[in-house]
Design a protein around this ligand. Structure first.
Ligand SMILES: Cc1ncc(COP(=O)(O)O)c(C=O)c1O
Length: 400
């Protein structure tokens, strides 16, 4: 019998973190590696936010705080929801955690029992099914296709919902596909969920500010106000404000859920870093003008990557609406043999050979529940992206 908990055997370590670790290790060993695995902006945190953190340290704001967020941050979050999403949330309907990931973890852990089902469209962010499994519940995936732009249909959603469904997870723009639902597409989905009164919505809006070509972002409660009583709207400062290391995420939902999440957090990490919370207050209340500027840089990189990947033999890459990922198909490379003699049986073989032979680190689609695909994060310099895509083209040209 293992000393380790059985619950731990139900989950896998994060594949995206594993790829980043591997790329870092190869680089440290002197290899020329371009890492396109990490899901974080390469931009620096804006100075006004850093200065707010320094002020907080100097002012001695370095003690324990309220478990799920200082009142000033909850007020800034409420103002953000009002300003950007036209939603009204009170302080007891807002929870702040150590990253969006902890808020998600709290919500699922606080609500799931063995036997419960959580509907998750695939490809999905790696943490959704793993946290559901850790809670002893069952992830129910809805597989999408490249042809549908990696978007689920209302019919498929209807079929996936059972009396055991507790949550439906919506993530738009999506990690890993970058796909984002238009208002009409989201409305069709919220109509299905509205009919099933026992089903709650967990909408992960982490990439809200990273959309392109005039795309208009909407969130389920904005479209279907009746769902407010059973929706957790998750967001955070990590991606939009280039603050991944600060570890601040937040969610808004019914007070009963928020209270249960705080109870769980009070017995695990207590409050998120007091200093990071003050930085997040400045992020949300301070100037927002750099966000569209960063988004424009991301759009140019997306267009570069999509165009170069579509020139690689065996690769087909759609042009997503948002986030900083593309999710190309490598179906045309499967069954072929690399220049160095490795047979590619699946997308994991593809990414392993690409890293070993060309020094480009990407993440296999199977980690996100859909094969044969791979994910590229284009949140890195244009020069690095050009070089990485040229190497992918060379790798593909060498296939027999
Ligand atoms: C879809 C999605 N949700 C949530 C998160 C969590 O973000 P945080 O760094 O705030 O925990 C990520 C981070 O990669 C993400 O991609």
């Amino acid at each position: 019998m293992s000393f380790l908990a059985e619950s731990l055997q139900r989950i896998k370590p994060s594949a995206t973190i594993a790829v980043s670790d591997k790329a870092r290790a190869l680089k440290a060993a002197g290899r020329d590696v371009i890492g396109l695995g990490a899901g974080e902006p390469d931009f620096d945190t804006p100075d006004n936010i850093k200065e707010a953190a320094i002020r907080a340290i100097k002012a001695g704001k370095t003690k324990y705080t309220a478990v799920d967020g200082i009142p000033e941050l909850k007020a800034a979050v409420a103002a953000k929801f009002k300003r950007e999403n036209h939603l009204d949330y009170k302080t007891d309907e807002i929870s702040v955690g150590t990253g969006g990931k902890q808020v998600l973890f709290n919500a699922l852990m606080a609500t799931l029992n063995p036997g419960d089902e959580v509907v998750i469209p695939a490809p999905y962010w790696v943490s959704y099914p793993e946290i559901v499994a850790l809670a002893g519940a069952t992830p129910v995936t809805i597989t999408t296709t490249l042809a549908s732009g990696f978007k689920i249909s209302p019919q498929a959603l209807e079929r996936a919902i059972t009396p055991k469904t507790k949550w439906v997870i919506i993530n738009s723009p999506s990690n890993p596909s970058g796909a984002a639902f238009s208002r009409a597409e989201l409305k069709a989905l919220t109509e299905v969920i509205a009919r099933h009164e026992h089903v709650w919505v967990l909408t992960d809006d982490m990439y809200e500010h990273l959309t392109y070509d005039g795309f208009v972002f909407t969130t389920p409660v904005e479209i279907e106000p009746a769902l407010k009583a059973r929706t957790l709207t998750l967001n955070g400062v990590s991606k939009a404000y280039a603050m991944t290391g600060w570890r601040i995420g937040y969610g808004a939902g019914p007070a009963i859920l928020i209270k249960a999440m705080a109870k769980l957090q009070s017995q695990s990490t207590t409050n998120p870093s007091s200093i990071s919370q003050w930085a997040a207050v400045e992020a949300l209340n301070g100037p927002q003008d750099f966000i569209p500027k960063n988004a424009e840089v991301f759009r140019q990189r997306r267009d570069l990557v999509v165009s170069m990947l579509n020139q690689a033999d065996g690769i087909s890459c759609p042009r997503p609406e948002g986030a900083f990922y593309v999710f190309p198909s490598c179906a045309g490379t499967i069954g072929r043999t690399t220049a160095k003699g490795t047979k590619l049986a699946n997308d994991e073989d593809f990414v392993t050979a690409l890293l070993e032979e060309e020094g480009v680190a990407v993440v296999h689609g199977s980690a996100f529940g859909l094969s044969p695909f791979f994910r590229i994060s284009y949140a890195t310099s244009t020069e690095a992206l050009e070089e990485a895509c040229a190497r992918i083209q060379r790798f593909c040209a060498g296939l027999r």
